[in-house]
Design a protein around this ligand. Structure first.
Ligand code: MTE
Ligand code: HPA
Ligand code: MOS
Length: 750
């Protein structure tokens, strides 16, 4: 089934926040943000801005009737700065005017006096100064200290992976509308409608039921709208509370880039110990997460870094620790992989380092240590239904790795100014919110009296096609035609208390709820049909709006059964609640079974480096991916391709840069490069692994949103190998992204 949005997307008819028809009395918002990264606010002068014709009001923390607080995990983030500022781009005031142009004109007239305080921009500096968000977390298995003494080989090193801008096509924004009795409706581009509702209620000082949040779809989120869609929606709501007029606020790209957080940069140090056969016996790793100026989701992201610190390998002795370091950058946030990619880059670096020192192919160490059935992860979960070696061996066999390698060797022998490199990248990613209580979802299904069906869930459509999957679950379970089912907007009034659309788990959680609701409705209608047909309800099946008995079509239709159900006063609405069974985690011991299951895969990446210029091309990425029993292979392959491109961008060309004063330098699309069609891999081949699937996944179709991003990590090591083929003296480093600039330096340093 095609993505149900493809028709309206193609015609430009799909609705995003900016397409919603506005009321004619709508006002427009704009944020005035801090020009300094750290300091005390001495004075702000709004007089000239307020005097601009068409400026209605400038809101500050003084206008907050509830709490000036939007921190989700830790209450450490004011909506608007009060006495101090902690990053450049921190909101201080909210200008509401008759038009965006007027608000922009007014913003230029605001003056501010700040007494500057010392600025920290890197995690290392923060650690040295003891500047942290919270206490460190640590996962441990076995005994690393005594094991290192027994290891034949021990290597250590350090790594850095930089941040990443989400660059959703649709920037952040919201439209808030006053309803009667002080109620407010917010149309928001958010992955977390409930977070927006909860924070708006908290800041406005009113009950949650007075706020309705509605989301049609997002023009991409990638984690950037899990927490950070909230402030803009809340600001618009504060203005509505005060002015009783609709307020629209959509960030322009420049403001969005400057004010929002990104993927966390991570510094890390590692120590890896192997025996004579290259079994990894011990791994010690310390992560320094650059969290930015407030917690946001950093503690949860730090936790997931630990969950994925050993990637696809079984290591019997692990000690891992992560520090969330407080710096004067915009609070960094969720980004596809949620800290997992940062953890995986370090173990892959450690293995690369060991291989380089031992003068063996990295693949030998990787292969020897891949996870197998019943291996224990550092967090206590026992690996089951492990497909790791299955994907690895299938990739090697089906993509004929031996042939690729000999082709590369031949090429490198024959060419002096171009060199090719190859790398294998295994992935293992845990599916579930790592915070167990978040693993729940609901679906509200109405069958209307004409037989058509409306489905509401907590899932937010953001291009990952979750609505298409929900529709597939509904029509197949009910036995109606797909055209009979409509996916409603995501709305807090219809489905309440939702977890955000995140953790790749949305289709599983919401899909299982849809399945449950539809099964109940179907059984109810079977009873009605059984009375009409005078056969046992067990004999009845619905398929494509027909009623089938013992494999034979009957004269009865779905529509007639629904009509009769109305006459019999049978409930045609069902609301189902799903919680992931079996999962648990004990934070006091840092042990448990946090994931419903894992997703596995292997990528083979080939690159060619131009050894005069330092530029490179990605020749091919060949992937064997564990989709389980995919319920929509077209969509799932699209997710792998998109995530791969995003992962390659993170590892190669996307370079976030802040200066020492905490100013974002890569603040335009000319100074921040994302992969375009020329940077994409020349060939992408994806083979779905043949497996039984996993019952914990919706229709045994495994979650797919985030895991494939980590295939991109292979690119870094493929480039590294190409450089080594040119410059044997090159001492490998682990400092991503591997921009052409760094490649050029590496090619010629000795
Ligand atoms: N795909 C598109 N097209 N746009 C997005 O914003 N977000 C990714 C992934 N795929 C995203 C996407 C992220 S970060 C997550 S967590 C998952 O989709 C969320 O959706 P799911 O839980 O339905 O997989
Ligand atoms: N993944 C993604 N988003 C989240 C998670 C997680 O594990 N926990 C809280 N938000
Ligand atoms: Mo995805 S980073 O969990 O929104």
């Amino acid at each position: 089934m095609k993505n149900i949005d493809s028709y309206t997307h193609l015609r430009g008819e799909s609705l995003f926040v900016d397409d919603i028809i506005t009321r004619q009395d709508t006002l427009y918002g704009l944020v005035f943000d801090s020009p300094k990264a750290h300091g005390k606010i001495i004075a702000v002068n709004y007089a000239k801005a307020e005097a601009v014709h068409g400026v209605i009001k400038i809101f500050t923390y003084k206008d907050v009737r509830g709490e000036n607080q939007i921190g989700g995990i830790i209450p450490d983030e004011p909506l608007w700065a009060e006495k101090e500022v902690h990053f450049q781009g921190q909101p201080i005031a909210f200008i509401v005017a008759e038009s965006e142009q007027i608000a922009k004109k007014a913003r230029k007239l605001i003056t501010i006096e700040i007494e500057e305080l010392p600025i920290i921009t890197t995690a290392k500096e923060a650690k040295a100064k003891g500047s942290f968000i919270n206490a460190p977390r640590s996962f441990n298995l076995g005994d690393t200290a005594s094991t290192f003494k027994k290891c034949k080989h021990v290597f250590s090193g350090n790594t850095f992976s930089n941040g990443q801008e989400h660059l959703y096509l649709e920037t952040q924004g919201a439209y808030a509308i006053p309803m009667e009795n002080g109620n407010i409706k917010i149309i928001s581009s958010t992955q977390g409608p409930t977070s927006v509702q909860k924070m708006a209620a908290q800041v406005l000082g009113i009950a949650m039921h007075k706020i309705e949040v509605d989301v049609t779809r997002l023009g991409g989120g990638f984690g950037g709208k899990e927490d950070q869609a909230t402030p803009w929606a809340v600001m618009a709501a504060v203005a509505v509370q005060y002015l009783k007029k609709p307020v629209k606020f959509i960030l322009n790209r420049h403001d969005d880039l400057r004010m929002t957080g990104k993927r966390h940069p991570y510094d890390a140090t590692f120590k890896i110990g192997l025996d004579k056969d290259f079994n990894i016996l011990a791994y010690d790793v310390e992560f320094l997460q650059n969290s930015g100026a407030a917690a946001d989701l950093s503690p949860a992201i730090a936790e997931r870094t630990l969950f994925h610190a050993t990637n696809s390998y079984y290591i019997p002795n692990v000690s891992s620790i992560v520090h969330s370091c407080k710096t004067n950058l915009p609070p960094n946030t969720a980004f596809r992989g949620f800290g997992g990619p940062q953890g995986m880059f370090v173990i892959e670096s450690a293995i690369a380092k060991a291989a380089s020192e031992l003068k063996i192919n990295k693949r030998i160490i990787q292969e020897r240590n891949l996870l197998v059935e019943n291996d224990t992860f550092s967090y206590g979960q026992i690996a089951t239904q492990v497909e790791m070696k299955n994907t690895w061996n299938t990739a090697i066999k089906d993509f004929e790795l031996a042939k690729i390698e000999s082709r590369i060797t031949k090429f490198n022998n024959e060419n002096t100014l171009f060199k090719k490199g190859i790398a294998l990248m295994p992935i293992t990613f845990g599916i579930s919110f790592t915070n167990t209580p978040m693993n729940h979802a609901r679906a509200l299904v109405h069958i209307y009296q004409d037989g058509s069906v409306g489905v509401s869930t907590g899932a937010v459509e953001m291009g990952q096609s979750v609505n298409t999957k929900m529709l597939q679950v509904a029509y197949k379970t009910l036995g109606v035609r797909s055209k009979n089912v409509k996916l409603e907007t995501t709305n807090t009034t219809r489905v309440a208390n939702t977890s955000p659309t995140a953790a790749s788990a949305t289709a599983d959680l919401n899909g299982k709820a849809v399945l449950k609701a539809c099964k109940i409705l179907k059984n109810r209608l079977k009873k009605v049909a059984s009375k009409l047909l005078k056969v046992d309800e067990k004999e009845i099946r619905f398929k494509k709006n027909e009623v089938i008995v013992n494999g034979e079509l009957t004269a009865l239709t779905w529509k007639q059964v629904v009509s009769q159900a109305m006459l019999d006063r049978v409930a045609l609405t069902e609301n189902a609640h799903y919680v992931t069974p079996k999962i648990h985690f004990d934070k006091t011991k840092e042990k448990g079974h946090p994931f419903a299951y894992h997703v596995y895969g292997t990528a083979i990446t080939e690159v060619t480096v131009d050894c005069i210029r330092g530029v490179y091309e990605i020749d091919a990425v060949k992937i064997v991916h564990d989709f389980g029993q995919s319920m929509n292979l077209g969509i799932d392959i699209g997710q792998v391709e998109g995530a791969l491109a995003q992962g390659i961008g993170w590892m190669t060309m996307e370079e976030i840069a802040y200066d020492k004063k905490g100013k974002l330098l890569s603040n335009t699309l000319s100074s921040y490069k994302v992969p375009d069609v020329f940077a994409a891999a020349k060939e992408v081949a994806i083979i779905p692994l043949e497996t039984q699937g996993n019952k914990m996944a919706i229709k045994k179709s495994k979650a797919v949103g985030e895991p494939p991003l980590m295939y991109g990590i292979g690119t870094y090591f493929a480039i590294q190998n190409a450089i080594k083929a040119f410059n044997s003296k090159h001492v490998i480093k682990f400092n991503s992204p591997f921009t052409p600039e760094k490649v050029l330096i590496s090619l010629y340093e000795d």
